[in-house]
Write a protein that binds this ligand. Structure first.
Ligand code: ZN
Length: 309
């Protein structure tokens, strides 16, 4: 399908039991990924069951085991990092679980690096993902993600993954170029752009601020083509890998067409950025009076990529 970046689950993300991949299977996967003429970056996604914020000792213990296995596969296939949802404190409050989450992250990375010693592998890496904000999820804002990274001593093996649907559902707008720029500035001021390792490009099945993690095909949801174009075209993201986690036209995952749609949205955003820069150069007196139409209430902008007039 022409994807230069891929994201893989290291096992079924909804069961605890590992798939039982052997070290030599993983070494072969690493060789094939490295030899691919198309794929340049692979990332892995952690199990959905992992909850590093839980107060339940049994669940925490299982989470440790699953995370260790996720990290083993991620590092041995040479993936750039393991994207991880940090979990939920289920209402007991962010402050109460902050230290535990940070400690567990560092502990998992230390254990993985010990297990991989002498194998010629790079250090293991975890990318903490921003959350949509449902039910006490940790990482619902840039400030929360930054607090976790800080509590983990800004460990170099920790990075971040930004999901556009979670961002929108958590109540952050990026419809206009100015709003998108403000989002990137806020991310830089908290997490730091240098920590950002991956983008998850998704539209939303649920409205702005709904705090639910529900992905929709690009341009067909409440985020819309314009907002996605505004954010994806930001120069800070120029060299950043991005993956789609959308249902696809037949709910079998994204297709080549979905990928092309994402690229078209970014190009449309880049054109708007160039026009905006030219208009700023010419000064307010010569700026064209016509403005782009406002999206319909709810932020929905239709399913077609943004086109210049
Ligand atoms: Zn995601």
């Amino acid at each position: 399908m022409g994807a230069e970046a891929v994201q893989l689950h290291t096992q079924s993300p909804r069961v605890w039991r590992p798939t039982g991949l052997r070290d030599d299977d993983l070494a072969r996967a690493r060789e094939r990924l490295a030899a691919s003429p198309v794929v340049r970056v692979a990332a892995c996604h952690g199990s959905y069951l992992v909850n590093l914020a839980t107060a339940d000792r049994v669940l925490l213990d299982r989470s440790r085991g699953a995370l260790a296995e996720n990290l083993r596969v991620t590092t041995q296939i040479g993936a750039a990092g393991l994207v991880l949802h940090l979990g939920s404190h289920l209402g007991s409050g962010f402050e109460s679980c902050l230290r535990q989450v940070a400690r567990e992250l560092v502990r998992a990375l230390d254990a993985a690096d010990r297990a991989n010693r002498g194998r010629g592998l790079p250090p293991s890496r975890i990318l903490v993902e921003n959350a949509a904000g449902a039910g006490g999820t940790v990482g619902r804002s840039f400030e929360e993600l930054a607090a976790v990274l800080e509590a983990a001593g800004w460990d170099e093996r920790l990075g971040a993954c930004l999901d556009t649907q979670h961002l929108f559902a958590s109540g952050v707008r990026y419809e206009t170029l100015a709003e998108a720029d403000a989002v990137v500035s806020a991310l830089d001021a908290t997490v730091g752009l240098g920590r950002l390792g991956l983008l998850h490009v998704n539209d939303s099945k649920v409205p702005f601020g709904a705090n639910r993690d529900r992905h929709e095909n690009l341009g067909a949801g409440f985020v819309g083509a314009k907002a996605l174009g505004s954010l994806l075209s930001h120069p800070a993201f120029d060299r950043l890998p991005a993956v789609l986690e959308v249902p696809g036209p037949e709910k079998k995952g994204p297709t080549r067409e979905d990928l092309e749609r994402a690229r078209a949205m970014r190009r449309a955003g880049l054109r708007r950025r160039r026009r905006a820069a030219r208009a700023a150069d010419q000064g307010p007196a010569t700026r064209p009076p016509r403005r782009a139409p406002r999206p319909a209430p709810g932020g929905r902008t239709g399913s077609r990529p943004d086109r210049s007039p």
